[in-house]
Design a protein around this ligand. Structure first.
Ligand SMILES: C[S@@+](CC[C@H](N)C(=O)[O-])C[C@H]1O[C@@H](n2cnc3c(N)ncnc32)[C@H](O)[C@@H]1O
Length: 273
């Protein structure tokens, strides 16, 4: 494999998504870019690199980023953030509330995260009428957004983290797969969205899940994304990050929620500003 090809591919992925492909990820190119090479009639990674260098090609660049993003996810992944949200929901859904409850899954992959949130909300409401709830789920990848919208999961996927009680309550068996119930699916709105772009049009949220995506970014990009997420939080809102992610040393706009691993709130002086 030509090292030029790697540098060109990594450059495109970093510019478009923020994801840093270090040299030890070179093996990913070989395994994941095969279908892209075939689709665009390119003989090698070196040829792909040369084409990317020649002139901007939106379709090709998109395909390269799609192929090289990691979409690993599971229902109620890591447990803790969902337990914390479940504790907050009775207050968030209290009858006196004015305005909708808004929750954002900001790198939602194939949908397990936003659907887990929707199950918690449905459980908390337990059929009683409540305030309007908006769950927005976004990801840079059009492919995973398409899959997430279908709400269809394999036996393996539902076995990872989904309690059997929730499987029975919120899914129907469809051949060898499981399909999420339409009522629950209707609670989530999916949209393709890049975290590196201006997010102000999304409005403010009571809770944001942005988990297991910052790990792929360099420090300046993490800071940029965290600052931009902080601006999307209501003053008493909560940001949930992945187990290997933190705000510490990256921004002073967010502070850890005491005693809750992975949960952050807007720093007071910033909330007031
Ligand atoms: C490993 S998955 C995490 C999914 C889920 N949040 C979880 O924790 O299970 C990371 C997701 O981040 C998305 N992603 C990567 N770069 C992104 C960006 N710049 N903007 C939005 N999403 C991005 C990928 O497409 C992928 O679906």
């Amino acid at each position: 494999m030509s090292s030029d090809g790697f540098a060109d591919v990594a450059g495109v992925v970093r510019r478009r998504s923020g994801i840093v492909l270090t040299d030890d990820k070179a093996y990913l190119l070989e395994t994941r870019l095969g279908p892209v090479l075939q689709k665009f009639g390119l003989a090698s990674i070196g040829a792909l690199g040369a084409k990317l260098r020649q002139r901007p090609d939106e379709q090709l660049e998109r395909a390269v980023v799609e192929a090289l993003t990691t979409h690993e996810s599971s229902f109620f992944r890591d447990g803790k953030p969902f337990e914390h949200l479940a504790k907050l929901l009775p207050r968030m859904l209290a009858p006196g509330r004015t305005g909708p409850l808004r929750i954002w899954s900001a790198a939602c992959s194939t949908g397990q995260e936003p659907y887990s949130i929707a199950m918690l909300v449905a459980d908390a409401l337990a059929g009683r009428p409540g305030p309007k709830v908006e769950i927005l789920a976004t990801d840079i990848s059009g492919d995973v957004i398409g899959r997430a919208k279908q709400g269809v999961y394999t036996q393996f996927e539902v076995q990872r983290g989904l309690p059997i009680r929730s499987l029975v309550k919120y899914f129907k068996q469809d051949g060898a797969k499981w399909r999420i119930n339409p009522d629950l699916a209707a609670m989530v709105r999916f949209e393709e969205r890049n975290l590196l772009t201006d997010l102000s049009s999304l409005g403010k949220f009571d809770a944001i899940f942005c988990r297991n995506v910052l790990i792929y970014f360099d420090a300046p990009t993490k800071t940029r994304v965290l600052d931009s997420l902080a601006k999307r939080l209501n003053p008493d809102g909560v940001l949930y990050l992945g187990g290997a992610e933190t705000v510490l040393g990256l921004t002073d706009r967010l502070v850890p929620v005491s005693g809750e691993r992975g949960a952050y709130s807007v720093a007071e002086q910033r909330a007031a500003a």
